[in-house]
Design a protein around this ligand. Structure first.
Ligand code: ZN
Length: 323
């Protein structure tokens, strides 16, 4: 498991684990997004890996790989409900499971996330097992701030503070996970190295792109519908409404698919792309020769850089050539 910017904490844990002195209950605290969850999983690897060495868990054995991919049968995540609260029943169910002996490892590891949000009743229930834990159990807790955790619990766990990730480490993480370097740099600076917030922003980027893509597809469909009605003015208006040439080029690409479908329909083959209705209208309104001409004009526009100058010029040229 690759950790980013957690070198000193990792070294401390590795050293303790190497001597076989990893405590049976640990608590990771720190601000949301600082990496508490990954430290919890890393510690689960330390508990379960059969080849812990100077550099911590080997990362290659079945136990390490299963923990990393969240499918180790002896690692139990106890999470909050959707509303952000812990419910009593799942917690009780988890605790009832503590009598089960490890399935594939030597110990069973319970990870309780965000236990600062647990009510006293929940914490007291937990206390019973961590006070005198059976030999085969290990507990990992995470919280934002240890000051809200009762002393009775804190006195039974070994606490580690997870520091913030530096902007540089955050950027490295984002780039390693497929982000554009410039966007990674921008986000790590904006969110001061908070990986979780950066990932949320990247997800938003992807969503925005999807919406854009759909908008472009719809524009192509609108232009195709206008062409099917032999309404050159509306077709040009739809095409020239694009923000820039790259958007227009993409709309033209989608439009070419619809026109190609119209040609397919003309020769008795089925339509394949988005905008089949529009393809049928074009096939009905134009001759085969006219449709081939449309395709040629579309390819011409796509190849000719002169159209980079203006989207309205391109739209006007295209519609005048095909109508
Ligand atoms: Zn291992």
């Amino acid at each position: 498991m690759k950790l980013y910017g957690k070198d000193s904490l990792k070294r401390r844990l590795d050293d303790i684990a190497k001597c076989g002195r990893l405590p049976h209950a640990v608590m990771f605290s720190g601000t949301p997004g600082c990496g508490r969850k990954i430290m919890a999983r890393y510690t689960a690897q330390l508990f379960l890996c059969g080849n812990v060495g100077d550099n911590g868990p080997c990362g290659e054995c079945a136990a390490c790989r299963n923990v990393e991919h969240d499918n180790h049968p002896d690692v139990i995540f106890v999470k909050r409900e959707c509303g952000g609260k812990y419910a009593m029943e799942p917690l009780r169910a988890a605790l009832r499971g503590t009598v089960i002996k490890p399935i594939s490892g030597s110990v069973r590891v319970y990870i309780f996330e965000d236990c600062g949000d647990m009510e006293t009743l929940h914490l007291n229930t937990l206390l019973k097992v961590i006070e005198e834990p059976p030999e085969h159990l290990r507990f990992i807790f995470t919280c934002e701030n240890t000051s809200v955790i009762p002393e009775t619990v804190m006195s039974r766990v070994t606490a580690f503070e997870v520091g913030a990730t530096s902007e540089e480490d955050c950027k490295r993480y984002l780039c390693d996970n497929g982000a554009e370097p410039s966007r990674a740099e921008e986000l790590s600076a904006a969110f001061s190295g908070n990986i979780e917030k950066c990932l949320k922003a990247l997800e938003q980027d992807d969503d925005d792109k999807k919406t854009d893509e759909l908008a472009l597809l719809k524009t192509a469909q609108a232009a195709a519908a206008a062409i099917g009605r032999r309404d050159g003015f509306s077709a040009a208006a739809a095409l020239s409404s694009q923000r820039g040439y790259s958007d227009l080029a993409e709309v033209m690409g989608y439009l070419a698919n619809i026109v190609r479908d119209a040609l397919a329909l003309k020769v008795g083959e089925p339509a394949e792309f988005f905008g089949k209705e529009e393809a049928r209208a074009i096939a009905a309104a134009f001759s085969q020769e006219e449709i081939v001409n449309m395709l040629n004009v579309l390819f011409e526009v796509e190849k000719n850089e002169i159209f980079n100058i203006s989207t309205s010029l391109t739209a006007a040229y295209f519609t005048s050539k095909i109508m």
